[in-house]
Design a protein around this ligand. Structure first.
Ligand code: DHB
Length: 315
């Protein structure tokens, strides 16, 4: 890293040495994978979304790369929340915070997991996932504003830890305001925008079939095509939420330029999903050096110098 340029940031009152880290999902399910993130230049470690019990997830193949990103219907395979909570003790060896993603199969499960996490130290914050699109028969909480409010009331009653939410993408202007009105009534630490664009369909003309086995091929879309939607969600929530809420950008980031655009829209940190799946931990170093180069050219010493400062159209 260039010595006079810092990519440091603060999320949930915790210092991150670098504003770039992994999205929950790819390569963050096992201790080995979490250690690999710890050893990389990523600025934080984020776990796979945890449920109360260990889950095998959906049938394979359940992830596929496409020319413009990825499609997945993993179905929440994970080791169960106690495994990820126990990793907090090991994460303390790294000079970066450890965040846990929680995605209970019901409100009761979320409450049970989040209240039990009170017994663990070393978890810098909880990213409550309101947007898993891949469990058959389970609608995404984030698309039901009343249910989202109900969920936040229940979980904030049982936690003292910083808590943020991972949101699905919204596509209609009134929906941004409706979700912001819910979130602004709670002491939310951060909001991560966006989860995958749910239930897309990728078709292979050669086989005349779909790319993944679960759900007749329907799955969450990530990568290049979701970046404009991700930027729109980052920008909207940066504008609409209480000013002490950090926005974490996620969606279509594969280069320093993509990270720069997310930060311009208001992101205090960015997460890498599809590209981390494809490239592994070297993507963090590459994106850090590309972002640093852009900042050097523009004479920005830190991300505060341009965070949120997106300009309106100028003729
Ligand atoms: C899964 C996918 C998601 O987009 C998410 O937020 C949580 C879990 C999954 O299929 O495992």
């Amino acid at each position: 890293m260039t010595p006079d340029i810092s990519l440091a940031t603060i999320i949930a009152d915790t210092d991150l040495p670098c504003c770039i880290y992994n999205a929950s999902g790819p390569r963050c399910s096992t201790e080995e994978e979490l250690h690999a993130i710890g050893e990389s230049v990523a600025g934080a470690i984020l776990s796979k979304s945890a449920t109360l019990q260990k889950r095998e997830g959906n049938e394979k193949p359940r992830y596929a790369d496409t020319p413009w990103g990825s499609i997945n219907s993993m179905g929440l395979p994970n080791e169960g929340y106690e495994y990820y909570a126990a990793f907090a003790a090991q994460a303390s060896q790294y000079d970066k915070p450890y965040f846990m993603s929680v995605s209970g199969m019901s409100l009761d499960e979320n409450v049970k997991i989040i209240s039990d996490l009170e017994n663990y130290e070393g978890i810098a914050g909880i990213e409550l996932n309101l947007s898993c699109p891949n469990v058959p028969g389970k609608p995404q909480t984030g698309y039901d504003f009343e249910q989202s409010r109900h969920t936040l009331e229940a979980v904030f009653a049982v936690t003292t830890k910083p808590l943020g939410v991972k949101l699905p993408p919204y596509f209609d202007i009134p929906h941004f305001q409706m979700m912001a009105d819910v979130l602004n009534d709670f002491p939310i630490a951060f909001v991560t925008c966006i989860n995958s664009v749910g239930n897309g369909l990728v078709v292979d003309p050669a086989t005349e079939g779909v790319l993944i086995k679960p759900k007749q091929g329907f799955g969450g879309i990530g990568g290049d095509f979701v970046k404009p939607t991700a930027l729109a969600n980052v920008r909207q929530f940066y504008t609409l939420l209480n000013k002490n809420v950090s926005i974490i950008g996620c969606g279509g980031i594969k280069s320093g330029q993509d990270a720069f655009e997310h930060i311009l829209c208001g992101a205090s940190a960015v997460q890498i999903g599809t590209r981390f799946m494809q490239e592994g931990t070297p993507c963090f170093e590459r994106i850090v050096s590309e972002l640093t180069e852009i900042m050097q050219k523009k004479n920005y010493r830190n991300i505060e110098a341009f965070k949120g400062k997106l300009k309106d159209y100028q003729s």
